[in-house]
Design a protein. Structure first.
Length: 391
């Protein structure tokens, strides 16, 4: 991996002590050179001034963690140097650095206190130094302190703005993930309903056909053969529908083969299949057939499929069923009735099991009205109305 300027910048950003240590050493060396070029007053220990300046400059290594306490100490050290008859100028680069650091990394109140403390120390140092020369040095330093304070505050506000943008992006991403999870859960629920409807219907038909084949196997081999053929055809149809439903779950690169979902147009085929299974079924389609929304079209088909499956299973071997599909103005009406005899409360509970609960959810999803229950004259009825807009 090559050492690029961008990589070096990132490396230094992750290790802030390294650039701070380099800055501290450079300032300490420059301050010592300045002191050696400016001899102290007679009687002032030269070593004490060097130790004080070096200690203050090297303390900048901790400027990010404790900027305000360091600023207080460094400014006091500058005042002490002035009292000793030395020029406190070597410490002012460190002071300016700390003013910027407090403004960039601390709150507004503390940064204003830092700026005020810096001004106070400039005033004291200029007064102790005496003469216009001292004021001529400290006034520009005070102006520079204000400039660096403003720069530091701008950096802090920019960092706060970027942090808010990152936080907002993270919240948006979390919301998007939550929406995705909800959509997946809804899709799983839809697939579960579809699989239940398909499996319940076809398995019921296959069970009835298998029972009929078993009864006539010895006396009517041709009838048994027809029943077995019907079982085979029903099984193939069930497998094809299930492949179509779960095709959306495929994760490989090849696109899933998707056939059109069944609708009202396939109800005659469904009715014919129920007749072959032994349920005497009649179908009436009233009104002018119009294009239906895909969801309503599929829901109407599943409604008829589930109701006829329940009639096949529970209405009895001699029962009849009637299916009526009416294309009315602004709505689609679907009614399924049978004349199953001997319907008691327990069988009524079976007739309104999980399948019709799923149908109720389908009808409600499209704003429809569903009535399920026994007929006054005997048997069972499922009646649904789907509102249609712009159809």
């Amino acid at each position: 991996m090559r050492n690029t300027p961008g990589g070096l910048r990132v490396w230094l950003h992750d290790r802030p002590l390294v650039p701070d240590a380099i800055l501290a050493v450079v300032l300490a060396a420059a301050a010592v050179l300045f002191l050696r070029a400016d001899p102290p007053r007679p009687g002032v220990p030269d070593g004490l001034a060097v130790i004080l300046v070096v200690a203050c400059c090297l303390s900048l290594v901790l400027r990010r963690s404790k900027p305000f306490p360091l600023l207080v100490l460094v400014c006091l050290a500058g005042v002490v140097l002035t009292l000793l008859g030395l020029d406190g100028l070597p410490l002012w680069p460190a002071t300016l650095t700390l003013v910027y650091t407090v403004a960039a990394h601390r709150g507004l109140a503390l940064s204003l206190c830092a700026l005020a403390w810096s001004f106070a120390c400039h005033l004291v140092s200029a007064t102790l130094g005496g003469g216009l020369g001292a004021w001529g040095v400290h006034l520009p330093l005070a102006v520079l302190s204000v400039t660096l304070w403003i720069t530091g505050r701008s950096v802090r506000l920019r960092e706060a703005y970027l942090a808010e943008l990152r936080d907002r992006a993270e919240r948006t991403e979390r919301a998007r993930e939550a929406d995705t999870r909800a959509a997946r859960a809804e899709e799983r629920s839809r697939i579960a309903r579809e699989l239940h409807d398909v499996v319940a219907h076809h398995v019921s038909v296959m069970t009835v056909q298998a029972s009929a084949a078993r009864r006539v196997l010895a006396t009517n081999p041709e009838g048994a053969r027809e029943a077995l053929s019907a079982i085979e055809e029903t099984g193939r149809t069930a497998m094809a529908e299930m492949r179509n439903i779960v095709g959306v779950l495929r994760t490989d690169a090849a696109p899933a083969e998707r056939n059109p979902q069944p609708g009202v147009g396939e109800i005659p085929t469904l009715v014919e299949q129920m007749r072959e299974a032994g349920l005497r079924t009649q179908l009436w389609i009233e009104g002018e057939a119009r294009g239906l929304p895909p969801g309503v079209d599929l829901a109407a088909y599943r409604l008829v499929q589930e109701a006829l499956t329940n009639s096949l299973r529970h209405a009895g071997p001699l029962a009849r069923a009637w299916v009526t599909v009416r294309h009315e103005h602004g709505q689609l009406a679907v009614q399924i009735e049978d004349d199953g005899q001997g319907l008691d409360s327990a069988r009524a509970g079976d007739r309104t099991g999980h399948g019709l609960v799923g149908i109720r959810e389908r009808v409600a999803l499209y704003g429809g009205v569903l009535r399920i229950g026994p007929r006054p004259e005997g048997g069972f009825e499922v009646n649904a109305r789907f509102p249609l807009k712009d159809v």
